[in-house]
Design a protein around this ligand. Structure first.
Ligand SMILES: [Zn+2]
Ligand SMILES: [Zn+2]
Length: 238
């Protein structure tokens, strides 16, 4: 009702093509939606979720066989490229939070393909590096994690996971240095909420997975049973 009134006074434009947004409460039109680089439902690494062109079964990628990540499974909604990349950047840095429901649709779809949702006990947002939170005044992962938890009928607990150090920027570092750089930068403040549980960590972008793996390692030492990671987008090497 409120959305319908708002739409009549202030028509929503599609974030991608600038035309009319034809889906209620959403900011990407159905034509553009078809063209976004969603990750495939099949043909992904069974651990990290890396998609491989032309493969239609699950496999274990070389990275995961050489260096098993501490998380049990990861999934991403989009490839971090083109228009998807700009939208995720906008959400991260320019506070374009009106995209929340569109993003949550995509996260939800990716999660339902890769995870057993009823088995999730708790949803945790990835904590942002402190200096970024001050810059932006909010944590974009909190917004997504809360919205998803509500859709899944699960509890979202911000503040269970915390940053205890500021790593250098990961951009430009190779995989080995990324793993070194993030070591010891997470802490679990309230282990009682993760002990023996299946935990779903929500983050915006996965690059090599080093940060998510370090975070999962900390959750496991705090007693988490399984750690599943869900990101809005991931970089996919070609
Ligand atoms: Zn459009
Ligand atoms: Zn993998």
């Amino acid at each position: 009702m409120v959305a319908a009134i708002l739409d009549s006074v202030w028509p929503r434009k599609c974030e991608v093509c600038g035309g009319g947004a034809d889906r209620p409460g959403r900011h990407v039109c159905s034509a553009c939606l078809m063209r976004l680089p969603f990750t495939p439902a099949e043909g992904c690494c069974r651990v990290c979720g890396r998609p491989v062109e032309g493969l239609c079964r699950e496999y274990l990628c070389e990275d995961c066989s050489a260096n098993a990540p501490a998380f049990d499974r990861a999934a991403s909604a989009l490839r971090f490229e083109g228009r998807a990349r700009e939208m995720v950047h906008g959400f991260k840095s320019r506070q374009e939070i009106w995209l929340r429901d569109d993003f949550c649709d995509w996260l939800e779809a990716a999660a339902r393909v890769r995870f057993d949702i009823p088995a999730v006990d708790v949803v945790l947002p990835m904590p942002v590096v402190l200096r970024h939170k001050f810059d932006r005044g909010y944590n974009q992962c909190d917004v997504l994690a809360r919205c998803l938890a509500e859709r899944f009928g699960r509890i979202c607990r911000a503040g269970v996971l915390a940053r205890c150090g500021n790593p250098k920027r990961q951009a430009g570092l190779d995989e080995e240095s990324r793993r070194e750089n993030v070591k010891g930068t997470f802490t679990v403040r309230k282990p009682q909420f993760v002990r023996g549980r299946t935990v779903l960590v929500v983050d915006d972008v996965m690059t090599t997975g080093a940060t998510l793996s370090e975070c999962a390692k900390e959750l496991k030492s705090a007693g988490a049973w399984r750690v599943w990671c869900l990101t809005l987008a991931r970089s996919v090497r070609t």
